[in-house]
Design a protein around this ligand. Structure first.
Ligand SMILES: C[S@@+](CC[C@H](N)C(=O)[O-])C[C@H]1O[C@@H](n2cnc3c(N)ncnc32)[C@H](O)[C@@H]1O
Length: 330
């Protein structure tokens, strides 16, 4: 009823206890950006055409899509005890054995067990993924532009991080999870559940809407760096993006931040950077005290993983070159 296979001799990812949440998926060996980590086929996907974002019938279309999806999952588990066992493993406290997720697993399935619909719905509520998401891309248009919500068992164990290292690619009912930046052996594989080019306060609110408080290393760093709140105050209070960016860049030098930390903080204030780049007047006013867009885009991409929105724009030369030419001087 379902199939899932791991690329690279079934060794790229395993399920382990996560410091972020109960369980998570970890890289067994170091991976470079772009490396496929695993491929997994959906238990089921409910698809529907979604009207324009502003259109209220969009909500109705989403409901119909969700209802169809739930019905399909219930059909599958009625016929396949193994899928039922895997779904229950998603909401259990203990770390499920990786063996359970292998296609030819010898782990015994539940046979003739009546599915607990309430429990399944609870699992679907927190584990279903949409094809149209911040960390996802969809290939192929055979389905006429339909969007879907589905359950991809192994991928649903991937936790959120504001400094994610993986993205997903949807091809039909299959999902390919690949590294969006280099990751070390033993590092947890994470997606962005929501936009991470946002300040800490906004990210906290989004995580809350998902029902958790994010404990990723970027959030921990930014919570400790009170400067982040100070800069946030400048951006919101004065409404002068140029001044805020220059203060942030001065701070990055003063606080002796590491390259990753600089990327995180720039990602948090990306909106202010963008406002500057859109205004010739601002760029003229602050000159080299505002780093080139390509420098900031590269720094953000290295820290929070590739995202096409962060690699727009020209400039070039990188951070070292920008500093060498006297950029960022106080
Ligand atoms: C799709 S599940 C991820 C797998 C989940 N950890 C598990 O063991 O089943 C989503 C849930 O994991 C938890 N979670 C994910 N990312 C988290 C994070 N960065 N910090 C805390 N909890 C997180 C939240 O409870 C969230 O609702």
């Amino acid at each position: 009823m379902w199939s899932m296979y791991l690329v690279r001799a079934s060794q790229s990812s395993i399920v382990r206890r996560s410091a972020l949440a109960g369980r998570g998926i970890f890289a067994v060996k170091a991976v470079e950006a772009g490396t496929p980590l695993f491929v997994t086929e959906a238990v089921s996907v409910g698809r529907a055409m979604l009207p324009d974002r502003a259109d209220q019938s969009r909500e109705l279309a989403q409901l119909v899509m969700w209802k169809g999806f739930v019905e399909q999952v219930l059909e599958v588990v009625k016929r396949c005890g193994r899928t039922l066992r895997l779904i229950y493993a998603l909401s259990a406290d203990e770390v499920p054995e990786t063996e359970l997720f292998r296609p030819n697993s010898k782990v015994r399935a539940f046979l003739n067990e009546k599915p607990d619909v309430g429990r399944i719905l609870e699992v679907l509520d927190v584990n279903s993924l949409t094809e149209e998401a911040i960390s996802a891309k969809k290939l192929g248009s055979d389905d006429g532009g339909c969007h879907g919500v589905g359950l991809w068992l192994l991928a649903s164990l991937v936790n959120h991080s504001c400094t994610p290292n993986a993205r997903r690619l949807h091809i039909g009912d299959h999902m390919v999870v690949f590294a969006s930046r280099d990751a070390k052996a033993g590092e947890e594989i994470t997606f962005a559940y929501f936009d991470v080019l946002l300040p800490l306060k906004k990210r906290r609110a989004l995580a809350k809407a998902w029902g958790f408080q994010c404990g990723c290393e970027r959030c921990v760093f930014e919570e400790g760096a009170c400067h982040a709140e100070e800069i946030e105050g400048v951006v919101e209070g004065e409404g002068d993006a140029g001044k805020a960016v220059v203060r942030l860049e001065e701070g990055l030098k003063r606080w002796a931040t590491k390259a990753r930390e600089r990327g995180w903080l720039r990602a948090s204030f990306w909106e202010a950077f963008l406002e500057c780049y859109k205004s010739e007047k601002t760029m003229r006013k602050w000159g080299r005290r505002i780093p080139a867009e390509a420098v900031v885009a590269e720094s953000i991409a290295e820290a929070v993983g590739g995202d096409e929105r962060s690699v727009e724009g020209g400039g070039g030369g990188g951070e070292e070159e920008w500093r060498r030419r006297g950029g960022g001087g106080v």
